[in-house]
Design a protein around this ligand. Structure first.
Ligand code: NAD
Length: 471
């Protein structure tokens, strides 16, 4: 059992009195322990970040950018080692884990090139007026378990480039890679600039209520996001909430099925469908419905689901027991309502949190599996015949995260995409996100923006300076 993992507080490696178990979802067994941060340690981390803010905010931005770039490079350097740990705690196959870590390093290097703008409204004989952007203070960053490295660094890189300091908390289900990253980066950033703490279910609420934070950047479920917003209201903390989604994909009758079937499959099931922007409702034109369904089923039957450490595994387990039971509950509800479920390849039956890839064949729009975010490998496929009608069905959701349109007629696809009420829409591709492009949820999918210059500015406040020139 590995219990050498430490938090990073004020640049130091810190143990805690209490620890929490970390489970390998492929076996259901505890394989490591992580610190369970005490209230005093949280206070210490916030105080350290507050003290570090004084000099970090006045450190020239070029230096802050250089350190974030260096951190990205260090992450890439350690990606191989971290990827094995990633697979054990998160479940995803090693090759895909490696891609997340390396991709995150590259992402950080791209964010390190961003500089906030300065707007000059007037520069005349009488007056000079400019708006510049200043950092906020100490950022409370809370991350989920589905992309534990990527989503944490989406927060850290822009927040630190902008001149803020941070206390980051990963999910209790996937604390280990983030703890290791905290230690790695303590070699780069001044003490207190980037702190990493871990703990159980009570640590998140303690953080969001802590008066030392200027802003909360949260990624997780809509239900938790609402609680975070409620707590933040008490002292008007700034907020970015990246929450759940129930993304619709619309497949038009003119697609080349040979080309799109594989892409649509992995747009729904990559990371065992535990992606906020995965396709979660697949609307297919009635003339190609059976053909696409049969192809997706064939891919599902040829796709190996298993322990991510095993050679050849494409899809790993559900990341944790809570989520596993939630997906099984949706599956039971579908069965109880006599919906038609079509399963992919067999899954191991040895204590891991495995669920076979499952397609639900044309269920009613009102069924739970269509209405709720599954966040697991159970995909409802639905028929449509009329484009206006399917756009309405796609938009008839409390969520508004992302969506996709598949068609060879790109003008028509663009016309449909513009009517989808989500922050991101893909045409003939999916799951692509970029550091220079805004990512934002609408409706119950979120509040605020990550990525792009807009995401950088979420970690800053505008300050207008009016100067009368001496006459
Ligand atoms: P979750 O809401 O259960 O947990 C997210 C984080 O919040 C964890 O670190 C958790 O410990 C912490 N937390 C729990 N209760 C808290 C509270 N009361 N106050 C403060 N923090 C608290 O979400 P999850 O199950 O880890 O993640 C899955 C969800 O995240 C899905 O709904 C998915 O769609 C969403 N998600 C969204 C995005 C996005 O960018 N929009 C990205 C990934 C995941």
């Amino acid at each position: 059992m590995n219990n050498d993992f430490t938090m990073t507080i004020d640049g130091r490696a810190v143990q805690s009195d209490k620890v929490m178990d970390v489970i390998n979802p492929a076996t259901g067994q505890v394989f490591a322990q992580a610190p369970d941060c005490s209230t005093e340690q949280l206070d210490e981390a916030v105080a350290a970040a507050k003290a570090a803010f004084k000099s970090w905010k006045t450190t020239p931005i070029e230096k802050r950018q250089a350190m974030v770039r260096q951190a990205g490079e260090l992450l890439i350097e350690h990606a191989q080692d971290l990827s094995r740990l990633f697979t054990r705690e998160q479940g995803r196959p090693v090759e895909a884990a490696l891609q997340e870590i390396q991709g995150t390093g590259e992402w950080m290097k791209a964010v390190a090139q961003m500089t906030p703008p300065v707007h000059v409204s007037e520069d005349s004989e009488n007056q000079f007026v400019e708006t510049r952007y200043v950092p906020l203070g100490v950022i409370c960053a809370i991350a989920p378990w589905n992309f534990p490295v990527n989503l944490a660094m989406w927060k850290m890189a822009p927040a630190l480039v902008a001149g803020n300091t941070m206390v980051l908390k990963p999910s209790p289900f996937t604390p280990l890679c983030t703890l290791e990253i905290g230690q790695l980066f303590s070699k780069i950033f001044p003490a207190g600039v980037f702190n990493v703490i871990t703990g159980g279910d009570d640590l998140g609420p303690k953080m969001t209520a802590h008066p030392g934070f200027a802003k909360i950047s949260f990624t997780g479920s809509t239900a938790t996001g609402k609680r975070v917003m409620e707590t933040a209201a008490k002292d008007l903390k700034r907020l970015t909430l990246e929450l759940g989604g129930n993304d619709a994909a619309i497949v038009m009758p003119d697609v080349d099925l040979d080309d799109v079937a594989q892409k649509i499959f992995f747009g729904a099931f990559f990371n065992t469908a535990q992606i906020c922007v995965a396709t979660k409702r697949l609307y297919v034109h009635e003339t190609i419905y059976d053909d696409l369904r049969d192809r997706l089923v064939a891919i599902a039957r040829a796709t190996k689901v298993g322990d991510g450490s095993d050679q050849g595994t494409v899809l790993g387990p559900i990341q944790n027991k809570r989520q596993y039971e939630r997906v099984l509950d949706l599956m039971d509800d579908a069965k109880a309502n006599d919906l038609t479920l079509i399963h992919g390849s067999d899954v191991p039956d040895d204590g891991g949190y495995f669920i076979p890839v499952t397609i639900v064949d044309n269920p009613p729009e009102s069924s739970r599996v269509v209405q709720e975010e599954a966040f697991g490998p159970i995909l409802p496929m639905l028929k449509f015949s009329n484009v206006d009608d399917v756009i309405e069905r796609a938009n008839d959701s409390e969520y508004g995260l992302a969506g996709a349109v598949w068609s060879r007629d790109t003008d028509k696809a663009m016309e449909i995409a513009r009517q989808i009420e989500t922050g991101t829409v893909w045409i003939n591709q999916n799951l692509i996100l970029r550091p220079d492009t805004a990512f934002a949820g609408r409706k119950h999918s979120g509040f605020g923006v990550e990525n792009g210059i807009e995401g950088l500015l979420e970690y800053m406040a505008p300050q207008a300076v009016y100067m009368a020139k001496a006459g």
